[in-house]
Design a protein around this ligand. Structure first.
Ligand code: C2E
Ligand code: MG
Ligand code: MG
Ligand code: MG
Length: 292
């Protein structure tokens, strides 16, 4: 076996490499158990229309409530799931949980959409649409306009036909689809033409430095122009300050999400946050001054 390996590959008998592979397997098994044991939770981050200061929805962001290590961010465990069945297991848990939360909020009189991040291989899984239909059928009091999906450019890239087909079918059900982290993938221009997404989310890396880095500002302005020409809704991620908000709104980007508005929060905190939000004079003031 070792002889078949190419020059640049590590020998099968390298004990260090073997240990790494084993550790990864152990971590994957632990994560699979964490899903079953109910150790995952969703936090929710508001998305607003800066021109009116109205909350337009919440993005669901997964966290792992690790019994020993505390609350873990997705970047620390999502890579473990990549390319394995765990990606779909996690994705289905997130969809089911988001729908349950929508039901809870609805009982409290809170009717707002929730956006769920869908990983590439989950989206391209042939079972994706039928399983989603099943989940929606099990929650008939939740209308499909309350669930939104966020997909990354790379998801579509991998198999554009399959991605297109899935996105079409979701939209036919009444579910809006957003393209996430826009500008970080490849061939944004051509794919935007092919992908009939409802919303574009400008990646936070461009927003962060747009006030100091002319190239980032150029990218933000180009995406704003493109969204308008393609007639897509546009949301800026990573809006951390009112200065960012002002610069975006002045250039015609109305929708925003970011720490300057609110950090992702536990679902129990949402109702109280909404009350406090209406009293935030800074954001209400920005909306009053806007030309929209
Ligand atoms: P994303 O979908 O682009 O989500 C936005 C990320 O930016 C979140 O990080 C959010 O907490 C963070 N963020 C929001 N506002 C700001 C800001 O003003 N400044 C900065 N610096 N960051 C901000 P988080 O929660 O750590 O999630 C990271 C990524 O993990 C997400 O990026 C998404 O790609 C992925 N992810 C999160 N939840 C899920 C999930 O349920 N399923 C899947 N497949 N992926 C998920
Ligand atoms: Mg997202
Ligand atoms: Mg994003
Ligand atoms: Mg991101």
């Amino acid at each position: 076996r070792a002889k078949q390996n190419g020059r640049n590959t590590v020998s099968r008998f390298d004990p260090g490499q073997d240990r790494l592979v084993q550790q990864r397997q152990v971590k994957r098994r632990r994560f699979a158990r964490a899903i079953e044991n109910g150790e995952l939770i969703l936090h929710y981050q508001p998305q607003i229309d800066m021109a009116t200061a109205e909350v337009i929805g919440f993005e669901a962001l997964v966290r792992w409530k690790h019994p020993k290590e505390g609350l873990k961010a997705p970047d620390s465990f999502l890579p473990l799931t990549e390319g394995t069945q765990l990606e779909t297991s996690l994705g289905e848990w997130v969809l089911r949980q988001a729908l349950t939360q929508l039901g809870c909020w609805q009982q409290q009189g809170l009717v707002l959409p929730v956006s769920v991040n869908i990983s590439p291989s989950h989206l391209l899984n042939p079972d994706f649409v039928p399983r989603l239909e099943g989940l929606l059928a099990a929650n008939p009091w939740i209308t499909t306009d309350r669930l939104k999906l966020e997909v990354v450019e790379t998801a579509a890239m991998h198999d554009i036909k399959a991605a297109l087909d899935t996105i079409d079918r979701c939209q036919a059900m009444g579910i809006e689809v957003a393209i996430d982290d826009f500008g970080t993938g490849f061939s944004s221009l051509t794919y935007l033409r092919q992908l009939p997404v409802d919303m574009i989310k400008i990646d936070k890396s461009f927003v962060r430095d747009m006030l100091t880095d002319p190239s980032d500002l150029a990218i933000v302005e180009s995406v704003i122009y493109m969204a308008r020409r393609f007639d897509r809704a546009l949301l800026a991620e990573g809006v951390e300050t009112l200065e960012h908000a002002d610069a975006l709104l002045g250039r015609g980007c109305r929708l925003a999400q970011g720490y300057g508005i609110a950090r992702p929060m536990a679902p129990e905190a949402v109702v109280e946050w909404l009350q406090r939000w209406r009293e935030r004079t800074d954001w209400q003031g920005l909306a009053r001054q806007s030309r929209f």
